[in-house]
Design a protein around this ligand. Structure first.
Ligand code: LLP
Length: 417
């Protein structure tokens, strides 16, 4: 366990989180290098003996230090923007192991990806195919492409993060896929590399993932009969993690289920997990500013807010809250809603939690390694928090806290007349 109490104090690996909160200030995110490496290795271990590549989904946490830890282990990367490509390259990632997904790739992004030499552009529409062919022609290249196919399988997750149903904007429609592959095969500046799919995030059950794999295999077989051979099958990410006490399928269950469904197919298997690699490898540290007992609710007002962690406001998400110092058994407890300073009633981080807080105490919001800092904002002119990576007994500041003046650096007041 990367985050555990030692001698009554919550630690990240061998470092006491309270020391980090005092040294770097709060709110701040703390990541465990060992936890990131451990989760990545779970995937590669389960895939051993099979031609495969784990492409970490950069959107989950794009800090350069996180990307560098994974690049050093040989990971590939799943990206959705030119910005993410630039980050992967800056962190020492290999562009030849990058898959580029996303419904709205701009011309400049496509050009940058082709120039960097990515493994595959995962196309999501017919017009995108035409645009990629034209840009590749202008560059004198053949673009490596896969279609991201929407298999119309219900991932059984929150509707905002479900992507594999026909009413979702993602992927090319299932009935269209074969025609698009034939069209791509006839274009001079296109080289077909594979097929992709991603049906949703935070899947707790592996069954929909396996069902989507079966559908993709049936498409690959049809393409083979049509004389279209693929190098890889990209099954996407979406493997769930445990935030609370929910029963989430293990990484092994997802990987084995998919491998069984792939049967004897020889194509390289690509997986693009994000949350399953970093989600439980990070926490958000915060300090209690005020206790505010009330008639209907008791509020614990902390210095982190929805701008630091928007998942509760956006998805009603549950994040465990732990005190950095273990509470003594006799301490008086109360039930609190943990809220931030932002001027919105949706600014809550956790509800109805039994805690024994005092003003000035530090708390850890758990499972904040994925979709936390990357979704943060400057709402209410709140500088974004610092990020720290722990490795063994050492702690590294991997992104400094923003400053109030830095927030308006790019702004200008006109010369009023
Ligand atoms: N591949 C593709 C094409 C994706 O769109 C995504 C996530 C992933 C891989 C990685 O999914 P993961 O393994 O992390 O579940 N903000 C939401 C999650 C949005 C996921 C978007 N796509 C949240 O906080 O729950």
């Amino acid at each position: 366990m990367a985050f555990a109490y030692r001698g009554g104090t919550l630690c990240a690996e061998q470092v006491a989180l309270e020391d980090l909160a005092r040294r770097f200030g709060t709110p701040c995110y703390v990541y465990s290098r060992a936890a990131i490496e451990g989760a990545y290795r779970e995937f590669t271990d389960e895939l051993s003996g099979r031609a495969s590549l784990v492409c970490y989904s950069v959107k989950a946490n794009s800090n350069l230090a996180v990307l560098s830890v994974l690049a050093r282990l040989g990971a590939g990367f799943d990206i959705v923007s030119g910005g993410e490509l630039a980050r992967v390259i800056a962190a020492g990632g290999d562009p030849a192991k990058v898959v580029f997904s996303g419904v709205g790739k701009a011309e400049a992004e496509i050009r940058a990806a082709l120039q960097a030499g990515v493994l595959s552009l995962n196309l999501e529409s017919e017009q995108e195919l035409e645009r990629v062919n034209a840009i590749a022609a202008a560059l004198g290249k053949r673009a490596p492409v896969a279609f991201r196919v929407n298999p119309d399988v219900d991932a059984k997750t929150h509707p905002y993060i479900s992507t594999g149903l026909k009413q979702n904007k993602f992927g090319v429609a299932w009935p269209e896929a074969e025609r698009l592959y034939r069209k791509a095969a006839a274009l001079p500046n296109i080289r077909i590399t594979g097929v992709g799919c991603h049906i949703g995030s935070l899947m707790l059950d592996s069954a929909p993932f396996v069902a989507a794999t079966r559908r993709i295999v049936s498409l690959v077989e049809r393409l083979e009969q049509a004389g279209i051979a693929l190098d890889h099958i990209d099954l996407g990410g979406g493997m769930g993690i445990r935030y609370h006490d929910e029963a989430s399928a293990t990484i092994a269950a997802f990987v084995h289920g998919a491998l069984d469904a792939l049967g004897r197919r020889k194509e390289t298997v690509l997986l693009d997990p994000g949350r399953a690699i970093v989600g439980n490898a990070g926490v958000l540290l915060t300090r209690v500013e005020y206790l505010k007992p009330g008639e209907a609710k008791n509020f614990l007002i902390v210095d982190a807010a929805m701008n630091d962690l928007i998942r509760p406001a956006l998805y009603d998400a549950w994040h465990e809250v732990r005190p950095l110092r273990e509470v003594e058994s006799g301490a008086a407890r109360g039930v609190y809603d943990i809220v931030g300073p932002v001027c919105e009633s949706s600014d809550w981080l956790a509800r109805d939690r039994l805690l024994a807080p005092r003003q000035g105490d530090f708390l850890a919001i758990m499972s904040a390694g994925a979709y936390a800092m990357v979704m943060s904002s400057n709402y209410n002119s709140r500088p974004r928090a610092a990020e720290i990576m722990v490795s063994g007994a050492r702690a590294h500041l991997v992104r400094r806290r923003e400053t109030p003046a830095g927030l308006f650096e790019g702004e200008q007041v006109p010369e009023w007349t």
